[in-house]
Design a protein around this ligand. Structure first.
Ligand code: ATP
Length: 309
């Protein structure tokens, strides 16, 4: 097994204050995180919260409108997008899918399909694959060029619960044998892959981040789903100090409601709530130009700046 010290290795990719704006709207703003070799980072958040946008900015498919993304020189990325633009009326075999965008040697195709356990499906038509087999075919395609960073956008979509566990086991094996970094995207807000080092909860900005709590500590979960599920999946406990209301406004811990809680309305600072790898909480720092309407007037008693913790 390949061991990588994720604490000391230089990051593969590092995002600082990243914001992406389209048609006058910030899709995400103030996003900060990095991924080291062997590290697994999972982005979670509701639909439309900016997970795919963030992943695309991380790998350079999208250029951020503010902030910066630093990538290791010569970084090789294996990307499994959420949606694939394929003409499904045309017959397409798994091995052809592997070489659609760039050529691969026979041995590379065989090795990648063997690694994901679907070598026997090389000549099968993609249209006939099950959900789990299709995800394995996409994973084979992504690992075939031996990437430093694997980016998997909803890799367990269309897969049942036991297939989900098998896929996460496979992703863990790929990380352990190759030492690549992994950026996972999931819209499950509470259950993530147990091997995840850092969970980042997005909703247009980073709402909270932390380590997942091992599911093996939860006897009810183990009784329901068995020990294997406990080793593969983990609960993520959120530590938000604010709530995103259905109409898009934000309810703060002190009961105040603001139109928006994005970084252009104030600042979101990540504060450790305990331990080096402990959960983080967000505080909204009000300033004279934060635009949230909640801060005292300039020269007021709080000096124009206040924090909701
Ligand atoms: N090119 C674009 N122009 C305008 N809006 C866009 C563009 N791309 C994405 N969006 C919008 O940005 C928001 C974030 O999209 P994104 O796909 O990043 O979300 P997501 O968290 O991955 O969602 P899901 O879980 O549904 O896949 C959505 O409201 C989406 O409609």
């Amino acid at each position: 097994m390949l061991q990588t010290n994720t604490r000391t290795a230089a990051p593969l990719v590092s995002l600082t204050g990243v914001g992406v704006r389209r048609q006058g709207r910030w899709l995400v703003r103030g996003v900060e995180f990095s991924i080291a070799p062997g590290e697994i980072v999972t982005l979670i958040g509701p639909n439309g919260s900016g997970k795919s946008t963030t992943a695309k900015a991380a790998i350079g498919v999208l250029k951020p409108d503010e902030g910066s993304v630093a990538r290791k020189a010569g970084l090789k990325v294996g990307y499994v997008p959420q949606k694939l633009s394929v003409d499904w009326t045309m017959p397409l075999t798994v091995e052809r899918l592997m070489t659609l965008t760039a050529p691969l040697k026979r041995a590379e195709i065989d090795a990648a399909l063997a690694a994901t356990g679907i070598r026997h499906l090389a000549r099968a038509e993609v249209q006939h694959l099950s959900g789990g087999e299709f995800q394995r075919a996409l994973l084979s395609r992504a690992i075939a060029r031996k990437p430093d960073l694997l980016v998997l956008d909803e890799p367990v979509q269309g897969v049942d619960f036991s297939g989900e566990i098998a896929l996460y086991d496979l992703i863990k094996t790929i990380r352990n044998t190759t030492g690549c970094g992994i950026l996972l995207i999931s819209h499950d807000l509470h259950v993530v892959m147990a091997e995840t080092d850092t969970v980042i909860c997005l909703n247009g900005h980073v709402c909270c981040r932390g380590t997942p709590q091992a599911v093996s500590r939860s006897p009810e979960y183990l009784r329901l789903f068995g020990a294997r599920a406990g080793q593969t999946l983990a609960f993520y406990q959120h530590h938000h100090d604010h709530t995103h209301l259905p109409d898009g406004r934000v309810l703060h811990a002190d009961g105040s409601i603001t139109e928006d809680c994005r970084p252009d309305d104030g600042r979101h600072d990540l504060l450790p709530t305990g331990g080096r790898a402990g959960p983080m909480r967000i505080v909204h720092t009000h300033g004279p130009d934060c635009g949230c309407g909640q801060h005292p007037a300039p020269g007021g008693e709080a000096g124009g700046e206040r924090r909701d913790a």
